[in-house]
Unconditional design. Sequence first.
Length: 256
Amino acid sequence: MSGLLKLFAEKELFTFDQALQYSTTSKASLSRLLNKYINQNKILKIRNGLYYLIPFGKSTVTPNPYKIAASLTTDYYLAYHTALELHGVAYTTFNIKYIAAKKLFKPFFYNEITYQSTKAINDNLNTGIVELLIDNLLVKVSDRERTLIDCLDRMNYCGGIEETIKSLRNFPSVNFNNLYKYLTKLNRKILFSKTGWLLQLLQDRWNVENKFLDKLKRHVSKRPMYLYNLEGFEYKYNSFWNLMIPSNINNMLKGV
């Protein structure tokens, strides 16, 4: 195996720019070398600029989609339904991976999976982000509390309201101090309302104290907002959280 392939044998995924850092040849020569390895079935081209090193002795491989998602850009974290999957709480599995990123890229399709970038709340890529080790690669993902907030913010990236709530309720618990700290940092009143509503819904499950709900309520907007605004829904008003809630919410969340 050449020196270049040995360099990335453990990581498996690498970019053209990373390979160029260790190459003593020109960009054109490196491109020809990588194309040769592709033809020799030593590497796979995931997309322009991103490659997967096929483990020695294997003829068919399926690169880990979470590792691919984490290799698409530098300033990022895996978010929304993808974070739910990594935390093991997703109600169903999706064939789309969401990457909250500073620099957005066009969605692309590889091996039956769509990879889509999106902006983070207030472009905040640091609050509530942890690293998980997946096959020798450290992957950045939102932690439990940031995932909860993100998912309530953009339920369309989590499969809608039913999938969102049924996934979030699978968390065995949440850290209320972290939750409040993140909400304060992100500083959006609608998120205090949505989070408070969810905690009240799951109050017995997560042992939420009334005084914490009252603490969140002090940040609620004075004007009504929507829990999930989608055409075709009928809504009812929740005065405590100043939220418009889908009228059929009880039917949607049976068993929650």
